[in-house]
Design a binder for this molecule. Structure first.
Ligand SMILES: [Zn+2]
Length: 71
């Protein structure tokens, strides 16, 4: 299983996704702006624990697992 962590510093948010999640799209996101100046995709990460640890280390106000793919 492969994971990505989505970080958006404008919204102070971090989300853990599975790579095949429709919101993640293998770290591409769903919009061109997803790869822009406000956010970053961390990954791919092969280990679930590592992905959650990385998300925690980002120290974003709103950090959680994606509700769609439930990583
Ligand atoms: Zn997801």
């Amino acid at each position: 299983m492969t994971y990505f962590v989505y970080e958006n510093w404008t919204r102070d948010r971090a989300r853990i996704h599975r790579a095949q999640c429709s919101h993640c799209n293998n770290g591409q996101g769903t919009q061109p702006s997803d790869s822009g100046r406000n956010c970053k995709w961390h990954g791919p990460i092969e280990d679930r624990d590592v992905a959650f640890l990385l998300a925690a280390k980002l120290r974003r106000e709103d950090t959680k697992a994606c509700g769609t793919c439930s990583p």
